[in-house]
Design a protein. Structure first.
Length: 406
């Protein structure tokens, strides 16, 4: 959490620095534009001085004022605005504050800032003249600049920065949680793969060194080692297949093949498949179906829906401590929606599992002996592809509900 807030603060601060940099670059650009305008105005006025009298000066830029005065005596020879006095010579554009200027809006006097440029020229009579051109700083810098950056900039900028800070904080908190979850997942999968790899390696080495001797003794240890190698290899294959399936679903690489499915027949297929698989292992599992009318028809992808039921049932089998596990398959009609459910008589979901069971790398089994926490993540991804909803509940055991719209 602290790290996420730290990163969000850094990004928000970086944004603020960027905004201020752009602001000052704009200000510099405006000042350069002003300097160019004032230079052009001074050159234009000097050209008119050489060709005529001072009283006939015409300005192409009406908002620029001028004052022409003798450099030595500082006597004003011509002026477009009597309120602006001769100002000191300076290199480049300078800022100057005129005191006690009348304000027509408030009927009070105020200070007015101007930007001015002063150039010296020598007409043909040899006298040195100063041509001073100026423009109101408020008009050129503030008003034009704040058309882009209004005066209420701070009122906008502060909430914006606060919003960015909260957004970045939330974003980095999510990233941090995902990173922590992924680290946990890698640890889980590493733990899950570590055991089969160790078993396969150990028994393979045993068979390599003593295989002939075990065959000659014929005491069953050779077959036992082969069986363990096969079992652990299948376990590793299942983990890899789950990861590939999750990636395929999340990248929407699955093509839907929707068809009309009889719920009664579908549940029959599920029962036959699951019972057949676990009879081989001698597991005592009862799968039953609630009464289902013949006309219960749903339209969806059969294979993907069957995968949801496989994972849900296998999840009940793995996490149930009941000696006589009973799994119930049922269907309910709620308005225009059809709800299929898988229920068991086990202990149900923990409070944490109800909140996090669909998290991509969450495993409710803290010992990591029953899986890597990918199964229900696959279920969630399948429901997104099918356009259905899935919900977990506790009702005398764990219940997985799949809600299919009409």
């Amino acid at each position: 959490m602290k790290k996420a807030i730290k990163y969000s603060f850094v990004f928000t601060f970086a944004f603020l620095i960027l905004a201020l940099t752009l602001f000052f670059l704009m200000r510099i650009s405006m000042r350069d534009s002003q300097a160019k305008r004032l230079e052009e105005a001074a050159s234009e006025i000097f050209a008119q001085i050489k060709n005529g009298s001072l009283s006939d000066i015409q300005r192409s830029q009406k908002d620029i004022d001028f004052v022409i005065y003798a450099r030595t005596s500082r006597r004003v020879l011509a002026s477009s605005n009597a309120k602006i006095p001769p100002l000191p010579l300076a290199r480049g554009v300078q800022r100057y504050s005129l005191k006690n200027q009348p304000d027509s809006e408030n009927k009070k006097e105020k200070n007015m800032d101007i930007l001015y440029l002063c150039r010296t020229y020598k007409p043909s009579d040899g006298k040195e003249l100063c041509i001073q051109v100026s423009v109101p700083a408020e008009k050129e810098i503030s008003q034009v600049l704040f058309l882009i950056f209004p005066r209420s900039l701070l009122k906008i900028l502060i909430p914006l920065l606060l919003f960015l800070f909260v957004t970045f904080s939330f974003y980095f908190i999510v990233l941090e949680r995902k990173y922590d979850t992924q680290k946990e997942f890698i640890a889980n999968v590493s733990h899950e793969l570590k055991t089969p790899v160790a078993v396969i390696t150990g028994h393979t080495d045993l068979l390599r060194r003593h295989g002939k001797e075990l065959l000659e003794k014929d005491d069953g240890r050779f077959d036992e080692s082969l069986a363990l190698i096969l079992k652990e290899s299948n376990k590793m294959t299942r983990i890899v297949q789950d990861l590939l399936e999750l990636t395929r679903l999340e990248n929407r690489l699955t093509r839907l093949q929707k068809e009309n499915i009889s719920v009664r027949e579908f549940f029959g297929e599920i029962k036959e498949e699951i019972n057949g698989r676990h009879e081989e292992n001698g597991a005592d599992i009862l799968i039953e179906t609630a009464p289902i009318p013949d006309d219960y028809i749903i339209k969806t992808d059969r294979n993907l829906l069957k995968q949801i039921f496989r994972i849900g049932i296998e999840n009940s089998i793995k996490h149930s401590n009941s000696q006589n596990l009973k799994i119930t398959l049922g269907v309910e009609k709620t308005g225009r929606k059809t709800m299929l459910f898988i229920g068991d008589n086990g202990e149900g979901f923990s409070e944490e599992a109800l909140k996090r069971a669909f998290d991509r790398f969450y495993s409710g089994d803290k010992s990591h002996k029953t899986g890597s926490g990918i199964g229900l993540s696959i279920v969630k991804s399948i429901t997104r592809v099918l356009g259905v909803k899935v919900r977990l509940e506790n009702d005398s055991g764990a219940v997985v509900k799949i809600i299919i719209p009409a």
